[in-house]
Design a binder for this molecule. Sequence first.
Ligand code: TRP
Length: 430
Amino acid sequence: MKTLRVLTGITTSGTPHLGNYVGAIRPTVRASRLAHVDSYYFLADYHALIKVGEPVRVQRSTLEIAATWLACGLDPEQVTFYRQSDIPEIPELTWLLTCVTGKGLLNRAHAYKASVDKNNAAGLEPDDGVTAGLFMYPVLMAADILMFNAHKVPVGRDQVQHIEMARDMAASFNHLYGEHFTLPEAEIEAHVATLPGLDGRKMSKSYDNTIPLFVPRDQLRKLIMGIVTDSKAPGEPKETEGSALFQIYQAFASAEETAGLAKAYAEGIAWGDAKQRLFERLDQEIAPMRAVYDELINDPARIERTLKAGAEKARAMSRPFTERLRHAVGLRALDSTNRDTPAAKAAKLAAPVFKQYREADGQFRFKLLDARGALLLQSAGFASPRETAQAIARLRQEGAAALADLTPLLEVLGDMGSVATALDHFKAAD
Ligand code: TRP
């Protein structure tokens, strides 16, 4: 049975590179094959609008990322694979969450704070150039996660704060309107070392040092030949420590292959030969996927159909769930009855209760607790649960009047006024 719901999204603002593949795509595709995992993977194109103002780029990136995920082995039959903007319930939930989110919470978001700090340092207005979209980013992300009640959200370290904020929003909403949301947890890919880029710094779009995952073969080779190395000559032993080339190789190769390259480094392999070795090893893993990718990217209609089918699957959940949430907050048909209002719920929770239990001595007892959980009555031991139930039934039906007969069977008898009030509650309810 699928017991663990895992959800993650990729913002459609660029072309997937080797770092994305090793850090996010490959591990999530693998996780999606585990029998107990119910995976939700999506293209975060609403998020892309926060950073990208070029419509064509958003569209192209959405196509590329969808094709990449599929080419890397994501099976849309096994997972729920969709595009965020195909789920109109997500912006709707964003608003419901916005209304339970403190503005102060959003002020503390790292991405927003970084922009403010930069402006302050430059002597500009704190919010100069900051859109409300950037400010609201964590709420939209919380809606992505909470809509499907995900348990685990695999993300990079930079996103952990967003998951914590989603938990805060879920807890606030639940507190106000009842238990609707699961509190999600971040799952950090800690063992995945960040991949270095062409210049040795972390591979990242913002450093312009990436190797796109699916460039044509000859271009891949050219890019790899451009990875920075030191100036050691052929024959001179090379250091694996701090070698970007070595680290990229390691992310793709087996332990033995990696040991083999380390040995070649020690024996003074020429950089050109080491690069050729990296190229061949990368291409071995990438080539079969590249063939699928090229096919997919040239058939956008097919990807569009896949995403639309995924959206239907996702909306089979998001539609009824949103209905429930709308009702919970009071967006209701005017002639619908008030089921489960918070007040009714609180009243139910705050009712006195009878509890039946069995003691270590093997005898059966019951207790009556008031709305706050304080003990009002505790019975002596009965031989069977049936006798216990009969005593409870009399108290429920006859109220305080039954106490005269039952007193000998009680070990604890609290304040009579409180006991009578509690018992009246049952008479009224039964
Ligand atoms: N903010 C994430 C990123 O840029 C992408 C994202 C959007 C996401 N919504 C999400 C990730 C929900 C996980 C869950 O990496």
